[in-house]
Design a protein around this ligand. Structure first.
Ligand SMILES: NC(=O)c1ccc[n+]([C@@H]2O[C@H](COP(=O)([O-])OP(=O)(O)OC[C@H]3O[C@@H](n4cnc5c(N)ncnc54)[C@H](O)[C@@H]3O)[C@@H](O)[C@H]2O)c1
Length: 328
């Protein structure tokens, strides 16, 4: 039984990671500021489920608040494994309002890095980066060796900054840090600002869905259970890079690429209803296509995504219907 800090534990991915760890009888310390970027009710409902596990210790705090983090860290006595998922997510919102990205992704991550490096017996920090950092790279699939120095959204810029910040800490303080570039994660308990959630809601309510770039986009949609498997596998593989080597960074995707229109078709089938499509131009910050090369994660982590989009979408739709049917 290990004690693991999961930041962003009330968030979509943090909730699933925390739950998986609790199921394995670990002690999970959760941090989350419960910000209203999207429904706090949904975050509360996730926390309600986690709180059923006696090994779950939750702190409502902002990771950019050094004193609050310090206090909780001390109270938990020994935090030696950390999964940092707390961040301001969302490509489009980062163009509207960049400031929460600076607070959570830059200041917040700095606080976490500092706490980790000051913990004497610290074992491993795993943090979330994103496929968005590949920007307008044309060569598919995206592999970790490609250049990522031309982000096309402020969100991606802050995540690229996270990778550089982690690299400097890895170099200076020699403790294990692993970065994970996640590719469009979806599944039950997902984020209301993501397309699958918005589309499902609109289709069920007979409202139109906004289809950007006239549907000429493609994504490597990755099911949440596969991502959780990858994150937990990464946590088990702490590596201190040799001098002049970079800290490990892995793509976690599904190694496929589905066009947005195919994704909508599968969703329509799963819901049993056609979407009313409102075709719109490409939005600033949006990448046209993503596809992951996951060979490194397969080889070094035993990462093995298995969920097809039809299975994953159907699980999402089932969850959505039952959650909003029973919603208070
Ligand atoms: N969902 C995806 O497709 C995807 C893809 C790539 C990367 N990521 C990254 O994975 C991580 C988790 O994403 P998610 O989809 O679960 O998002 P989410 O918004 O559901 O979860 C993030 C959680 O962090 C919390 N949080 C935000 N700022 C905080 C702060 N300053 N202090 C404490 N808590 C804070 C939020 O309240 C939220 O509950 C993020 O780092 C995100 O950038 C997600």
């Amino acid at each position: 039984m290990t004690k693991i800090l999961v930041t962003g534990a009330a968030g979509f991915i943090g909730f699933h990671v925390a739950k998986a760890l609790l199921e394995k009888d670990h002690i999970v310390v959760g941090f989350d500021n419960m910000n209203p970027y999207y429904s706090v009710k949904l975050k509360d409902a996730r926390l309600e489920l986690l709180s059923k596990y006696p090994n779950f210790h939750f702190y409502k705090l902002d990771i950019s608040d050094n004193d609050a983090v310090e206090k909780a860290w001390k109270k938990e006595a020994s935090l030696t494994k950390v999964i940092n998922l707390a961040a301001q997510a969302g490509v489009r919102y980062s163009i509207q309002d960049p400031f929460p990205y600076v607070t959570s992704n830059l200041m917040g991550f700095t606080v976490i890095l500092e706490k980790c490096r000051r913990q004497s017996d610290f074992k491993h920090l795993v943090y979330a980066s994103t496929s968005s950092i590949y920007g307008s790279n044309k060569e598919l699939p995206f592999s970790e060796s490609q250049k990522t120095d031309a982000p096309i959204s402020f969100y991606a810029a802050t995540k690229k900054a996270n990778e550089l910040m982690a690299q400097s800490y890895s170099h200076l303080y020699h403790f294990p840090i692993t970065g994970l570039r996640l590719f469009t994660v979806y599944g039950p308990w997902g984020r209301p600002d993501m397309s699958i959630f918005k589309f499902t809601k609109a289709i069920l309510n007979d409202e139109p869905i906004d289809v950007f770039n006239n549907g000429q986009m493609a994504r490597d949609f990755t099911y949440i259970d596969d991502i959780v498997q990858g994150i937990l596998a990464a946590l088990e593989k702490p590596i201190i890079p040799k001098a002049d080597q970079l800290h490990p960074i892995y793509n976690l995707g599904n190694k496929g690429r589905e066009s947005l229109l195919t994704f909508i078709e599968v969703l329509e089938k799963s819901i049993g209803k056609k979407a009313i499509k409102n075709f719109l131009p490409l939005q600033d910050g949006d990448i046209l296509e993503t596809q992951s090369d996951i060979k490194m994660a397969e080889k070094n982590l035993g990462y093995n995504p298995k969920t097809s989009i039809s299975e994953g979408i159907s699980n999402f739709v089932d969850w959505y219907k039952s959650y909003y049917h029973s919603e208070r």
